[in-house]
Design a protein around this ligand. Sequence first.
Ligand SMILES: Cc1ncc(COP(=O)(O)O)c(C=O)c1O
Length: 395
Amino acid sequence: MVNANDYTNYMVPFYAPEDFIVKKAKGSLVWDANNKKYIDFTGGIAVTNLGHSHNELIKIMNQQSKNLWHLSNLYMNSPSIELAKKLCKKTFADKVFFCNSGAESIEASIKIARKYCATNVNKNKNEILSFTSSFHGRTLLGIALAKAKHLTDGFAPLPKGITNHTYNDIDKLEDAFSEKTAAVILELVQWQSGITKANKKFIAKVKQLSKKYNALVIIDEVQSGVGRTGTFFAYEQFNITPDILCFAKGMANGFPIGGILTSNKISDSMTVGSHGTTFGGGPIACAIGSRVVDIISKKAFLTKVLSKEKRLIKKLNEINLSYQCFNEISSAGLWISVELASIDVDDLIKLSHKNGLMVLKANATTIRFSPSLIIEDSLIDNGLEIFEKSILQLQ
Ligand SMILES: Cc1ncc(COP(=O)(O)O)c(C=O)c1O
């Protein structure tokens, strides 16, 4: 038997988890070791989009683990080819590369962009433009792209060749581009400063300048992808087609997977051995991913995501009307943030857990919800009742 003290004794302190150990989870419900029940508004941080322990996915995982578990990329396996084909048929892409996490998908996208420019233009065309308040993972490259002090402090020297410009600001955006710009990387919906969508003018300008300076557009859909915002990928709503798209998180509903989508034009400039990974494209992750894509890409499924968003927002507005406790409520599909007017974020998160609701922090003043995309309406209502009760206790 282990307990919460063992966590402190044996784990590197990169996280500050809640003070209970989770025993099991099903759908949008979670139970701790004392059998206390929680409604899950976190979805494993926008990962378990089809809920915890999805019956059909369990069957697929079990079956695939009996047939073929791991082989390496020296040999082909059907689930990875099938998932790649499916993703290409459903998106702008002609080609897919699989890895294991969001940060690795970012790494791959930047390597591919630089390699493409080195091959087709020259090796000096290697600079990357990124934006403030972005999040691109915790690797040295990821934190260098995001540039925020709370991510980079203590980790210098960071990878070079990165310029960072204010998100959604078209003023002086052209000054951030040059003939040396290989790619621009952005999230169409950011979460670090509360759910923030890219505005239309900003996207139009990014497109125009990328074309003018012959720079690739990399869209980080690690968190916004796989149905989270109400379309399979968020780019479908923003009148922009990426050259490279990064995905991870929800693609195999919690079984580790990441990857990039791209075009033949870009893929054709890659060479055998110039990039790779041991686990990427593994048959179990890809078999699960294939079914996830089938389910989530259906129009009827995505329509329901948007109606659940409406339900949540309506009720949050009602709570705000009663207590004036939020400065702002923002959402993009089932990805929702509330900026708190005066209540302390950490106190509210603690009390919500105590009362049986799991919620996430976005930043020092903002709470974030990213529940499973199939969360029942009754659990949305019950969860928000707990949220309201917690707010009331802190007023
Ligand atoms: C937008 C975005 N990009 C990249 C990442 C990094 O993904 P991972 O934690 O799987 O490395 C995250 C993780 O939260 C993310 O939200």
